[in-house]
Design a binder for this molecule. Sequence first.
Ligand SMILES: *Cc1c(COP(=O)(O)O)cnc(C)c1O
Length: 397
Amino acid sequence: MNDLSSPTALPAPPGSEALRARAEIDLDAVRANVRALRARAPRAELMAVVKSGGYGHGAVPCARAAREAGASWLGTATPQEALELRAAGDTGRLMSWLWTPGGPWQEAIEADIDVSASALWALEEIVAAARRSCRTARVHLKADTGLGRGGCQPADWPDLVAAARAAEAGGAVRVAGVWSHFACADEPGHPANAAQLDAFRDALKIAERAGLDPEVRHHANSAATLTLPESHFDLVRPGVSVYGLSPSPEVGVAAELGLRPAMTLSASLALVKQVPAGHGVSYGHDYRTAGATALGLVPLGYADGVPRHASGTAPVLAAGKWRTVAGRVAMDQFVVDLGGDAAAAGDEVVLFGPGDRGEPTAEDWARAAGTISYEIVTRISARVSRIHTNERANTGG
Ligand SMILES: *Cc1c(COP(=O)(O)O)cnc(C)c1O
């Protein structure tokens, strides 16, 4: 009988998964990026955004490294992500902003997590949860200054602000923040950026007139932290740049912005074999060998987060040269054409990294797959082992 829970099933030897493929995360790069971002916003505090497992880099180790480099705040999308940071021992200021009815407000308030409200229903649930836990909830009121996603529309803002002030007077909440988010900050000079800042100042004025005195006013993501000083206010919220990636080519090239990509994704060739000319490669035979050649099998596929859109387009460093993914990316593997170059099973293939060993970058992959570097790193799945290097802060320098 095939019993999946059979106690005779042996656990895999520790570390064996990393023999196939690994995402190495340089925590010194994370620290250096946080320091570089703080230097760009010297009068503001910094919230390192560690949502979605730190954009695929591992939320807990990256959060720790960011704290070591002076991030006085951490930010997550979901409350579950924030609660995981608390469970891992983080005790600093921590905010999460993506809530749905039902919370978990009370768990978050009791874990000393700052919460966010874009609408009256959220504020009402926060007040009720704060009363149940006999605590004062720290709330950030979110204005929609033009993004058209989360946040409260200007027409509804005076009511939200008034309700928050009343709840504050009653002791259930403290309005710790007023905040918003950019739509087009990755296009410096886009007219929406100035318009959003005007709308934000209006929202702040209304909040102040209603008697609110927020501790932090915040609007800037990575792009605005790097390019728009008047958006810094009291706190900046960089995400992608903490991991060393530029928000967009328009904002700049990572190295010129003082950023170092933290993640290197690599794999060990699972097979190298000679094939004749005209051999079809991978599903659909979208690629055919031009001559007799060696094919290398890379044991990573779309289940690992390698985009299927990278089929036939994305670069990898294998046997000393850039090669293009030959044919389709399958669920677990793809193929590269090694030409006449010597390679053997077990040799390292680098998909992307900081670029200084001659490997492609996540930005190269983004261009090849028609997406943004944010998605390239964040989509790397849990099947790929994360190996964190430089876990200890280098206090010598
Ligand atoms: C993701 C996110 C950020 C960080 O954005 P980056 O472009 O990665 O710097 C900041 N604020 C909010 C609300 C976010 O959702």
